[in-house]
Design a protein around this ligand. Structure first.
Ligand code: NAP
Length: 268
């Protein structure tokens, strides 16, 4: 059965890619597209907006008005909008795929409560390659253990509004969990001035912002005499789009619960 998909943030960088990715997936069909209520694009054709030609789906200004029209909502917007959408989908029993990053602690707790009744897949990065890297990082951290210093460097385009990236933080969590450390306690976000010598237990994060970089992540395991680096480079947002649509099709067949891309790819 075809899965009916709604895309919110439809005019955004990821929104347009998601509309195209849905059109490329034989199991899914775009049946709703949403933007901000104040958007000048309300009423525009979603297919045209994504550069695909007309698909007959007009952009609307809120999720509530199209709740009957979709099975799964894909949401790559901003935390406040995703929270409001999660409350609407939670109440209506609609599944969600959440790609938005940058939630604060309070928003994370609110989100958890809103999505309790439904199936959702949330991931800081929907690309297959990055999710494979999570698996490799777990293995590397377990083999290299406490003999190495771990540093994470990420680079993104100049428009990205949160740092470090959600993917870099997820990579930090994978390594910290494998080493039995609490990332909240050992993370060091940037260094400046007289920082003193490095403490072995810390996990350092460095952020680069510029141009049109889609997303680069490198985790360095630095020992005396050698260094292992695990790097992922995204060259197109379609890597996230394809993964998110695959996740939406998967979510439509799941019972209520919180899932991630590792579940979708069977990597757990
Ligand atoms: P973007 O180009 O700014 O797109 C966000 C879109 O959401 C914009 O069109 C924005 O409209 C719209 N929006 C804001 N409030 C809304 C609301 N209340 N209802 C509906 N739409 C609303 O950003 P992006 O690069 O696509 O990234 C979006 C999010 O996805 C970010 O959090 C980013 O970090 C994340 N992301 C995740 C992954 C992953 O794999 N998990 C990959 C890439 C990006 P206006 O511009 O009019 O405000």
């Amino acid at each position: 059965m075809t899965v009916r998909i709604a895309v919110t943030g439809a005019a955004g960088r990821m929104g347009r890619i998601l509309i195209e990715a849905v059109s490329l997936n034989d199991d899914c069909e775009l049946t709703a597209a949403i933007e901000r209520p104040e958007s000048s694009l309300l009423g525009a054709d979603a297919g045209e907006l994504a550069g695909l030609g007309k698909n007959g789906v007009a952009i609307v200004g809120d999720v509530a008005s199209v709740l009957e029209d979709f099975d799964v909502l894909i949401d790559f917007t901003v935390p406040a909008a995703t929270l409001a959408n999660a409350k609407a989908c939670g109440a209506a029993g609609k599944g969600m795929v959440i790609g938005t990053t940058g939630f604060n602690q309070e928003q994370k707790i609110e989100l958890e409560a809103a999505i309790a009744p439904i199936a959702i897949c949330q991931a800081s990065n929907f690309s297959t390659g990055v999710n494979l890297c999570f698996k490799l990082l777990d293995m590397a951290a377990k083999v290299l253990g406490d003999d190495v210093d771990v540093e994470i460097v990420e680079a993104h385009h100049r428009h990205k509004i949160d740092a470090p990236s959600g993917t870099a933080l997820s990579m930090g969590h994978v390594v910290a969990d494998a080493l039995g450390r609490d990332l909240e306690k050992v993370a060091v976000y940037g260094r400046e001035g007289q920082t003193g010598a490095r403490e072995r237990d810390t996990i350092g994060f460095a952020t680069v912002r510029g141009g049109d970089v889609v997303g680069d992540h490198t985790v360095m395991f630095c020992a005396e005499g050698e260094r292992v680096e695990i790097t992922h480079k995204a060259s197109s947002r379609m890597s996230f789009g394809r993964g998110a649509v695959r996740a939406a099709a998967w979510v439509s067949a799941q019972s209520a619960g919180r899932y991630d891309m590792q579940d979708v790819l069977g990597l757990k």
